[in-house]
Design a protein around this ligand. Structure first.
Ligand SMILES: [Zn+2]
Length: 81
């Protein structure tokens, strides 16, 4: 997936940092794909939808980087088909 400049800068915003921490806490710092628990720095928060600065917590999921990448790869395959 190609990210826009807006998306990249929104990931640095205070709003996003706060929201990200809340999602990680809600998911008990565990990947929702494989269940691996990890540090707050390693985990990533996946966007189900991209409503920049208006994300709902229910549309965000905690993933370990490997699982996060798999989700995006799978999504790209679906888009190709
Ligand atoms: Zn995982």
């Amino acid at each position: 997936m190609r990210y826009s400049v807006d998306y990249k800068s929104s990931l640095k915003s205070r709003h996003w940092r706060k929201l990200r921490r809340r999602v990680l806490r809600r998911d008990h710092y565990e990947c929702r794909g494989c269940g691996r628990s990890s540090s707050i720095l390693d985990l990533q928060v996946h966007h189900i939808t991209y409503k920049l600065n208006a994300e709902l917590r229910s549309e965000l999921i905690t993933f370990y980087p490997i699982c996060h990448r798999r989700i995006h790869e799978a999504a790209e395959i679906i888009n190709v088909i």
